[in-house]
Design a protein around this ligand. Sequence first.
Ligand code: MRU
Length: 358
Amino acid sequence: MRDVKPILWKGGRLELLDQRKLPFNETYIELRGARDTARAIRSMVVRGAPAIGVTAAFGLALEAARFRDGHLHDDFERAASVLLAARPTAVNLRWALERLRATAAALGENVTPESLARALRRQALALYREDIAANRALGAAGARLLSRGDVLTHCNAGALATAGYGTAIGVIRSAWSSGRRFGVYATETRPFLQGARLTAWELVKLRIPVTLITDGMVGAVLASGKVGAVVVGTDRTAANGDVANKIGTYTIAVLARRHGVPFYVAAPTSSIDLDCAGGDDIPIEQRDADEVTHIRGRRIASEGVRVFNPAFDVTPAELVTAIITEQGVVRGGDRKGLARAVRAAQLERGRSTSPGRA
Ligand code: MRU
């Protein structure tokens, strides 16, 4: 199977697979700088925490070609703040921009615009490659947890939501390629339909049997006893293990606990925010009412109705069985384990980006 590539970086050009058009059209859009990259992130051309982090890094690297000599710091910060404002919940956006800021700082004051732009392009590409490697490692670490029954997932934490391979779907595909056989229940994921449009599409392509359900069917499916594990992704996991993910995740975690089904979160360390003490500190994006009142541009609710449309919710750590990172599996709510995983990833990066290997 040809790998799904949500982000293409070729010869210094950035193209994004327009995820709003899937599963019917596979078209790419070219981006040229920070502003149109921020617009693409906000309008969901690209979505999913790791994918928006990596895309923002490429957007900033492209913008660097316009930075003015003598104003490099200001131009960098202006572009970074445009990108950071695109979506608030996924910490990967901040994480990726901080990595680029550290790259710029390491070059010192006397850097030329050309060498800064070159270094930022190199760093963005490193983030892209690291993300795929982390997802593969995370997939392998989590695969052995899927030891019985079918699997239920929510939203899309697949290749489309990352630089490639996927996080929750990475765990699923890794278990599948190691020979385990099971079916996957994919929730539709109202209102943006990431499950129906994207997860179902990816799993069909991977030839992993997938059954699409509406979000309201999760209780009945878990009560049927067929599901052995729930695996979801995360936009930001706080230091205490509280998990922000797509709206509806919390409901699924409560139901999983009610039915004794383990609830796993696939979290590359790039989505763990140790500066955020707990779920209450995670900013939750509120999106346009039209996403709820309309489907594909067609109104389905009365004019005048009020709408509540948070894009994410927070699942408290006590409902999380384990968090699967590229550094291994951490028990839900194990603060020290989470901090250790983040530190181990930082150390590994330090080793692989030591002079001569950048
Ligand atoms: O609004 P989206 O589509 O960006 O939300 C995506 C999710 O909630 C994913 O589960 C999360 O970003 C993890 S993706 C590996």
